[in-house]
Write a protein that binds this ligand. Sequence first.
Ligand code: NAP
Length: 240
Amino acid sequence: MRLLILGGTSEARELAARLVDDADITSSLAGRVAEPRLPVGNVRIGGFGGVPGLRKALVEYDAVVDATHPFALGMSANAAAACALDGVPLLRLERPGWHPDPAWHYVDSHEEAAHAAAGLGARPFITVGRRELPRLLPALDAYPVLTRVVDTPEMTVPDNWEVVRSRGPYSLRGELALMQRHRCDVLVTKDSGGTYTWPKMEAASLLGVEVVIIRRAAGPEGVPTVNLVDAAVAWVMKHA
Ligand code: NAP
């Protein structure tokens, strides 16, 4: 079984580790992060070149698991289209979103999140990834924003914004200390789900920090989807 795992997540790395002795695994990373955590097995890095490029690459694989991040919608759409056109079995492995807290403010876009945060607090803490920051800038450029990113943002960051660079997983203790030190009063996040970044949600709740959370958009229709790595392993074994 020659399996392509579309990765960039902890679940994708876990899946590669679970299958590396039973299948010929290649994990694909977008190449966005300067020093990515590499999965075991073969790794390829960089975009495929849209659906046509992915279709060309698919001749080398028997099946695909799309284990990309819940907000990596472009890659998921391309995988669904290319696999459907070429009859390649495709599974979506997607971690569930966080269990909603009635106190959270759900929004549908990054722009809406910025406007909501501006109305809720004076010192926003933004954790949506560096590539989405420009979408929050217009509503928050006058605010003393604290933003946390893995790599330095490409955009010019306003002088009154503070950037901290780090990569999860995070601890509750660390998140409490960070939010208290910077006196953050509103947290902006995507509904990423999972455990790596959950402590900031706990810290916000304990500190009475407002939470603005960006909802997930629906992924491509008709792609079988599982939430757990165990279920993805079982699917691969069934197709092997
Ligand atoms: P995206 O918007 O869905 O993807 C845009 C383009 O990047 C895709 O069309 C594809 O280029 C390339 N790409 C994305 N994921 C790829 C992969 N695993 N392997 C090869 N090419 C890939 O994705 P994104 O939101 O920028 O995310 C990029 C990567 O970071 C993903 O692998 C994702 O799992 C990971 N990640 C994303 C987030 C997030 O919040 N979005 C958070 C954590 C990790 P071509 O069209 O040229 O093939």
